[in-house]
Design a protein around this ligand. Structure first.
Ligand SMILES: Cc1cc2nc3c(=O)[nH]c(=O)nc-3n(C[C@H](O)[C@H](O)[C@H](O)COP(=O)(O)OP(=O)(O)OC[C@H]3O[C@@H](n4cnc5c(N)ncnc54)[C@H](O)[C@@H]3O)c2cc1C
Length: 179
């Protein structure tokens, strides 16, 4: 990726904008790290306070809104708001966030091969875009990824000389059987 500070400086120069350069810095995002914090007694925690930030994408607005609404509803209507809220969090977020956390570690440990894979494989790119756009849950994405990965060697044999029936096609390229 090109340097954003340089791009910003050139943009300001080009359009004669007398604005400050974009500031460098960061902000703490309490991404889920294995535990959710529902609260205590009649104090329910929502959003960031409950650790409800998707560890893979860093998104937390949706979860903050949803958990906030549910917490308010339960405090008004339930006799056991904390227990019910804990159940709601566990049922709706815990499993997917655990998968997300697992995939985050996997992704960042093998970032380069993943990016290379996405450049080369339409299927891998589709899995990544489906995750980001929320079309697929993390568990399903992982399943698809494993299936695609195990199919890769089979595809290698296929394009390089072995057909689907497992028969060698002499006219077609090289095969691992040639080695
Ligand atoms: C740089 C950055 C980029 C992000 N990008 C995205 C994104 O693209 N998409 C996405 O979904 N999420 C994103 N997030 C995460 C998202 O912003 C948060 O997960 C979400 O806003 C959490 O909402 P919240 O209501 O729990 O907390 P907040 O939005 O932090 O609200 C808490 C509020 O409580 C106030 N407050 C704190 N202490 C006190 C006090 N003692 N008394 C009174 N008020 C108090 C704060 O001032 C604040 O207004 C990003 C976060 C950061 C930092």
């Amino acid at each position: 990726m090109r340097n954003p500070y340089e791009l910003n400086r050139k943009y300001n120069l080009k359009f004669k904008l007398n604005r400050k350069e974009i500031s460098k810095g960061g902000a703490f995002v309490p991404v889920f790290n294995g535990k959710l914090f529902p609260g205590k007694e009649r104090i329910l925690l929502a959003g960031d306070a409950a650790n409800l930030v998707d560890p893979f994408t860093g998104e937390g607005i949706y979860f903050a809104a949803l958990s906030g609404i549910k917490a308010a509803e339960l405090l008004l209507n339930s006799k056991t708001p904390l227990t019910d809220y804990e159940k709601f969090l566990n049922k709706n977020f815990l499993s997917d966030f655990r998968w997300s956390n697992f995939l985050r570690h996997l992704f960042f440990a093998f970032k380069k091969p993943f990016f290379k894979g996405m450049e080369k494989s339409e299927a891998l790119l589709k899995i990544a875009t489906d995750i980001i756009s929320g079309n697929v849950c993390y568990k399903e994405a992982f399943k698809r990824f494993v299936i695609k990965s195990t199919l890769l060697p089979a595809r290698f044999l296929n394009v390089t000389g072995v057909n689907k029936a497992g028969k060698r096609e002499k006219s077609k390229g090289f095969s691992s059987l040639d080695i």
